[in-house]
Design a protein around this ligand. Structure first.
Ligand SMILES: Nc1ncnc2c1ncn2[C@@H]1O[C@H](COP(=O)(O)OP(=O)(O)OP(=O)(O)O)[C@@H](O)[C@H]1O
Length: 264
């Protein structure tokens, strides 16, 4: 059974199609890198899967049922996550605040929910952050807590919207390896959006590249090619491979780096 199935999905804002007639299928246990230019529709796609954005037309099936809000089988790490929690909150409370789908509130938890919070903290290797206030922990450590939040309820599909933003290369590697380990251990399907492909190259099964309203899903070698990316960027793109790394170039400019700088 496919975990995710989109059939002829179109999403537009103010008459402009961000996703245009997209069809794709993603199977169980896949690790998918979601890439594309700024505004290419990565966050929108995740919000469609979460049932937060309703397509103009087409069908979205998640784990065999139509996409709906509040699907407990989905875990989500949203992109906009700055300044949302009190910096006095301890790590444990921060994770607990996402329990019962209730983000940023402070619910009173029963024993089972408390065990679940502890499990999520242990799973992401953040038990040591439980008693520390958010103000005292680094961006990378906070990323672990956000991942712990997303794991509450043991989702079968994990949507991670730019978890590497503003992390240094070392911590990017730590986060990517952590998510890969969790994905393999629990057989979760992961959609992981990023501006750069290279940090994900060793872990992804497939890449989903979005741009110009279109989506191309496949193995890295099938998707990361000059012709495919030129179509998605709407301008000539060269793909340069160098020592196990891949550079997506528009003339002299490395487009993924540019997008990242713009975003950060
Ligand atoms: N709720 C909305 N109302 C109007 N326009 C929207 C809305 N959500 C997204 N858009 C527009 O849709 C386009 C795609 O946005 P989206 O955030 O999905 O792209 P993205 O690939 O995640 O971009 P980035 O890499 O910059 O995060 C953008 O032009 C954005 O301004």
């Amino acid at each position: 059974m496919s975990v995710l199935s989109l059939s002829h999905v179109t999403v537009s804002f103010s008459g402009r199609a961000v996703l245009s007639d997209i069809s794709l299928e993603i199977g169980q246990g896949q690790f998918i890198g979601v890439l594309g230019p700024n505004g290419g529709g990565k966050s929108t796609l995740m919000r469609v899967i979460l049932g937060l954005v309703r397509p103009d037309c087409g069908a979205v099936q998640v784990l065999g049922a139509p996409a709906t809000r509040g699907n407990a089988a989905l875990g989500y790490l949203p992109q906009s996550r700055g300044a949302v929690a009190s910096l006095r909150l301890r790590g444990w409370d921060f994770v607990a605040s996402a329990s019962n789908g209730q983000r940023w509130g402070l619910p009173v938890l029963g024993k089972a929910a408390m065990r679940e919070v502890q499990w999520a903290l242990d799973t992401v290797g953040a038990a040591g952050l439980a008693q520390r206030p958010l103000a005292e922990i680094s961006g990378g450590e906070r990323q672990r807590l956000l991942l712990a939040q997303a794991l509450l309820g043991r989702p079968r599909l994990l949507l991670l919207d730019e978890p590497l933003i503003s992390l240094d290369p070392h911590y990017q590697r730590v986060v990517v390896e952590l998510i890969k380990r969790i994905q393999q251990e629990f057989g979760i399907t992961v959609l992981f959006s990023a501006h750069e492909l290279n940090p994900l190259l060793n872990v992804i099964d497939q890449v989903l590249y979005l741009g110009s309203g279109q989506a191309v899903l496949g193995k890295v070698d099938e998707v990361i090619t000059g012709p495919v990316l030129s179509r998605l960027y709407g301008s000539p793109i060269d793909v340069v491979r160098l020592k196990e790394r891949i550079f997506v170039m528009s003339g002299e400019v490395e487009v993924e780096k540019e997008a990242h700088a713009h975003h950060a």
